[in-house]
Design a protein around this ligand. Structure first.
Ligand SMILES: NC(=O)C1=CN([C@@H]2O[C@H](COP(=O)(O)OP(=O)(O)OC[C@H]3O[C@@H](n4cnc5c(N)ncnc54)[C@H](O)[C@@H]3O)[C@@H](O)[C@H]2O)C=CC1
Ligand SMILES: CC(C)(CO)C(=O)C(=O)O
Length: 294
């Protein structure tokens, strides 16, 4: 399979690097990373210790069997525009936040699959990506149900050694992941605490309320996500990643734009009363606006 990875930063380089063990892979990213990969290959460190040799460039090729999108959510429009002229059999988003698949499907002429990913990745220097946690990819039809494209992609990911599950209930899984991110990301970014501090610390109530609100919005969208399942998911992930600094906290600490619009902002923008998500979204956006990041 020829796989093009659009947005070869941390996660895209890890997933693309692992896929390159079994498939032809083209990483599409930014300099100086792409030149370094073209010249010396891509080094996988952390949980892995190997060097792979995917192609790397700054614009997508004319065709591929599959595009895996791993830009930040605020770059999905640009990713869709870049992929529109590419002849593809399927596209898969592994991004966090809600709405990415809809944005991609509006521009692409192929099935767009939904995915969640719990592998941890960090681009430590150009040409080198560290796997900070071996996790799982779950993928399937974005509207739910069986999908031949999802089965093909799942088989290809398995062949490369990625732990992969093909699921028929992606809408529910996306909402549950959104509840986890709405609970953990903005709360830890605003309180400047590790994920584990939400288990019994004073910010924990905010995270649980944000997850309950997300479940309420999911139900308004027709999904069967109850409050306690959403809260339990937040607690499970906060415990499993207790020492982690969430991606939003890392973005704030590094002075980078966050994915708040696709997470807390998405929940708050749905038309259901969600005062906690509305407040956390406004505070993170205020921080971004004060730094000219939006
Ligand atoms: N890093 C991680 O461990 C995980 C990340 N995610 C999600 O995956 C997504 C990506 O996260 P990261 O890899 O951490 O971000 P990142 O910022 O390291 O990588 C994104 C890359 O996309 C590139 N990019 C953006 N627009 C582009 C375009 N039009 N053409 C080519 N390259 C473009 C950027 O230059 C950047 O290098 C986010 O939605 C994140 O929430 C999900 C699970 C784990
Ligand atoms: C699961 C969690 C909350 C882990 O930190 C994450 O996805 C993130 O930080 O973006």
């Amino acid at each position: 399979m020829h796989v093009v990875v659009l947005g070869a930063g941390s996660l895209g380089s890890l997933v693309g690097g692992l896929l390159a063990r079994a498939h032809e892979v083209t990483l599409v990213g930014r300099e100086p990373h792409v030149s370094r990969v073209r010249e010396g290959g891509l080094e996988l460190t952390g949980a892995y210790d190997e060097r792979v040799r995917p192609d790397a460039r700054t614009d997508p090729p004319a065709s591929a069997d599959l595009a895996v999108v791993t830009t930040k959510a605020f770059d999905t429009d640009a990713a869709a525009e870049a992929l529109a002229p590419v002849a593809l059999d399927a596209c898969l988003s592994l991004q966090n936040g809600m709405g990415n698949e809809t944005t991609l499907a509006a521009d692409l002429d192929c099935p767009v699959l939904a995915g969640t990913c719990t592998y941890g990745a960090r681009l430590t220097e150009p040409g080198v990506v560290a796997c900070t946690g071996v996790g799982e990819v779950v993928l399937g039809a974005r509207g739910g149900g069986a999908s031949e494209a999802a089965d093909r992609v799942g088989t290809a990911f398995d062949a490369a050694g990625l732990h992969t599950t093909v699921a028929e209930d992606m809408p529910l899984r996306l909402w549950e992941k959104l509840a986890v991110n709405a609970g953990i990301n903005a709360t830890t970014a605003l309180a400047r605490v590790e994920n584990g501090a939400l288990l019994d610390g004073p910010a924990g109530g905010v995270a649980r309320d944000a997850a309950r609100e997300t479940a309420r919005v999911a139900r308004a969208d027709g999904l069967d996500l109850d409050d306690e399942t959403a809260v339990a998911a937040v607690e499970r992930v906060a415990e499993a990643t207790a020492a982690n600094r969430s991606s939003m906290l890392q973005d704030v600490e590094a002075g980078r734009r966050t994915e708040v619009d696709a997470i807390s902002g998405f929940v708050a923008g749905y038309g259901v009363e969600t005062p906690v998500n509305a407040t956390t979204a406004r505070l993170v956006r205020a921080w971004e606006a004060a730094r000219d990041l939006r």
